[in-house]
Every structure is written in structure tokens, then in C-alpha cells.
Design a protein around this ligand. Structure first.
Ligand code: EPU
Length: 346
């Protein structure tokens, strides 16, 4: 096992914040984790699992031992009559994996194109975009227990997926509780791509593309290109402008709360949910409070999408957190709604 000291993390977090890992181990498979557990010096110290770093805000050097997930590989598991099952190592880049599936002729992930991050991070927050969530295409995953070194497999029910949520985001408070945060390191993820393929085009931005192009029955490749175009037009490319995608979750309220807000704010963007609740567009709430284009130090609110906080160059994690808190306060004061951040602050 090779432990690297004082490793710069700027290129390992999509916000591009300057920070270091005091110590870092690259995990390419089960064996590194088992070696680590057996190590007299590093075996029992606190650890932090780092995937693509697309959902974190670093507020200083990372003191726990960083486990940088670099498990590679992409393969076909089964091409049956009702679904294609494909597998990818947790360290694979998500977008490259989506592109690979389409190149191989396995459609189904096209709506999730261009989401930053790694395959291993995708189930943690149940990534979703343009009408498809990871849980809609999930088959199972292999993970390793960071305390015992045992590998285990979880199906969708065991992952307890919710909106930008899963068992991997929750800490077990006591024995028997559901919660694998800090405990499991995801090694490989398998996806179920249903046959026959059906496009998912309900999202407004994709409907607009149909209108613009006149293509009523797009291929999976066409949907992929539309999704890439829509995302590129309104979301900053993290390689150019540091960011962590949507900084807050879209909040849900009761229909009564929603009516109350509509009475005061008739233009509020809201979507009725199947369970009777109403989802509000956090980007709209933030925009309505006048935050678009504003900054705190070098952290700012993206000009084209108020839900995205950006690094304007040299931002610190502290600046990002201060900006996020100021946004939360003003949205709460105006709408009575508490916005919940998506990224993890470290
Ligand atoms: N809006 C504004 N002003 C803004 C931003 C948005 O008025 O500054 C309005 C838009 O006009 C639109 C509505 O808010 O009517 C929703 O905006 P958008 O379609 O951009 O989607 P979103 O709800 O802001 C969510 C996901 C994105 C995902 C898109 C597309 C969350 C937290 N975010 O954004 O996910 O790509 O839908 O499905 O659910 C991510 O999680 O990092 C992410 C980018």
C-alpha cells in the first residue's frame, strides 16, 4: 500500500478549491482496502472516500486519510431479451461511461449525459436529470465495508434511493440502523437498460428541442446530443468554471403551503408530485431574491442558473459556505422555505 503525503486536491474537486490531503491512498480494487485495514499505522484512523469530487466543498486541508477511488473497467454483463446489464468500476468518469454505453449500442442513460463526477458517486446522490434518475436504471452495486474489509452487493431497495438521496448519505446512529455513510466504499455499479428502448422526453427543455428541430422520434444518440446542448447552454463546465452542479435541492412543500406562496408570488415555478406534495424550483426562488450574478469574495452565483454556485477564481470553501448561508437566509426571509444544500461541506 502506497500512502502519498500532502497531495493537492484542486484538480480532484470540481469547485477547484485549493486544499491538500494530508495523506491519500489510491484504491484500485478490494486489495488496497484490505491492505489498509491490516496496516498498523493507517488501519484504524478516520477516512474520507473521494470519488470525482463533484459534490464536495473543501473548507481546508483534509485531515482524515483520503481514499481516492480509482476502480476501473467497463463491461457488458448480460444482453438479454428484456434488458442489457452493464457494469462500470466506481472510478470511471460518469459521462465517458454514458458515452461508451451509447457507442456500444446500449441506450438508456442518454438523459444523464454530461453529469460531472464518477460512476461510484452516482448512486450516492441518486443523480438525476431531464426526467431520469439513476434509480430508474440501477441494477446493483458491489461495495466494501471499510471496517471489516468484507465485500457485499446491494440491490435498489437496499440502497434506499430518494431524491438526491440514498443509504450512502446517512450515518447509522446505532446497530441495525440503515446508513452506510463513512462505512461503505462503492467498487462497481451495474445498470439495467430496459428493452425495447423508449425515449424519455417529458422535460420542457427536450420538448423545446422537438419543436425546434421537428424531430418527433429522436434516437438515443439524438437525445444525448440534446441533453449535452441543454446542459452546456445553462450549466458551467467545471473544467472551465469551478462548480458542484446544483448547490441546493429543490424543496418540497404541501399543496396548502404552495397555494399560500402562489397567492403572494403568482409566478413561482412549481411541479405537483405523484405523492401529492409540490416541488418548487430552488433556482427560481434564488433568482427571485436577486442573487444571479452576485458574489461573496471569489464565490458567486452563476449568471445563467441561480441554483449553481461557482468559483470565480481562487474562491475558498469558506466563501462558498458564506454565500450559501446568505442565500438560505434571504430565501427563508422571503418565502419561509429552508433550502437544503446538496454538496457535502468538508
Ligand atoms: N429557474 C429560474 N432562474 C434560475 C434557475 C432556474 O427561474 O436562475 C427556473 C427555470 O426557468 C425553470 C426552473 O427554475 O423553470 C427549473 O430550472 P431547471 O430546468 O434548470 O432545473 P433545476 O430544477 O434547477 C434540476 C436538477 C439538475 C438537473 C435539472 C434537469 C436539482 C437540485 N437539480 O435543476 O441537476 O440537471 O433539474 O433535470 O434537482 C445537479 O443536481 O447538479 C443538477 C444539475
Amino acid at each position: 500500500m502506497f500512502v502519498e503525503q500532502n497531495v493537492p486536491l484542486q484538480s480532484h474537486n470540481s469547485f477547484g478549491i485549493v486544499a491538500k490531503a494530508r495523506a491519500l491512498v489510491r484504491v484500485r480494487g478490494e486489495s488496497e482496502v484490505r491492505e489498509l485495514l491490516a496496516d498498523p499505522e493507517y488501519g484504524s484512523i478516520p477516512r474520507f472516500v473521494l470519488g470525482g469530487g463533484s459534490n464536495i466543498v473543501l473548507t481546508g486541508d483534509v485531515k482524515p486519510l483520503v481514499l481516492k477511488v480509482e476502480v476501473a473497467g467497463r463491461r457488458l454483463i448480460d444482453d438479454g431479451p428484456r434488458a442489457t446489464i452493464v457494469e462500470a468500476g466506481a472510478g470511471e468518469n460518469w459521462h465517458e461511461f454514458v458515452t461508451w454505453t451509447l457507442d456500444q449500442g446500449y441506450p438508456g442513460l442518454e438523459n444523464l449525459a454530461l453529469i460531472p463526477g464518477t460512476v461510484g458517486a452516482s448512486p450516492v446522490q441518486n443523480v438525476g436529470a431531464y426526467g431520469v434518475e439513476l434509480q430508474d436504471r440501477f441494477e446493483s452495486l458491489d461495495a466494501i465495508d471499510l471496517f471489516t474489509g468484507k465485500t457485499f452487493t446491494l440491490d435498489a431497495a437496499q440502497c434506499a434511493f430518494g431524491y438526491r438521496d440514498s443509504v450512502f448519505k446517512h450515518m447509522a446512529a446505532k446497530e441495525g440502523d440503515l446508513g452506510l455513510a463513512g462505512r461503505a466504499l462503492i467498487l462497481r455499479v451495474r445498470f439495467r437498460l430496459p428493452k425495447p428502448w423508449k425515449s424519455v422526453l417529458g422535460y420542457l427543455d427536450l420538448q423545446r428541442k422537438i419543436q425546434e428541430t421537428g424531430i418527433r422520434e429522436p434516437s438515443a444518440r439524438q437525445v444525448y446530443e440534446w441533453v449535452c446542448a441543454v446542459r452546456s447552454a445553462k450549466l458551467p463546465d467545471p473544467r472551465v468554471i469551478g462548480n458542484a452542479g446544483s448547490f441546493f435541492k429543490n424543496p418540497t412543500v404541501t399543496p396548502e403551503q404552495c397555494q399560500d406562496i402562489i397567492a403572494r408570488e403568482p409566478n413561482i415555478v412549481h411541479y405537483p408530485m405523484p405523492d401529492g406534495s409540490v416541488k418548487l424550483a430552488a433556482g427560481w426562488l434564488i433568482d427571485a431574491c436577486g442573487w444571479k450574478g452576485k458574489s461573496v469574495g471569489n464565490a458567486g452565483v452563476y449568471e445563467k442558473q441561480a441554483l449553481v454556485l461557482v468559483n470565480r477564481g481562487g474562491a475558498t470553501g469558506g466563501e462558498v459556505v458564506t454565500l450559501a448561508r446568505a442565500i438560505q437566509t434571504s430565501v427563508y426571509e422571503r418565502f419561509g422555505i429552508r433550502l437544503e444544500p446538496e454538496p457535502v461541506v468538508i
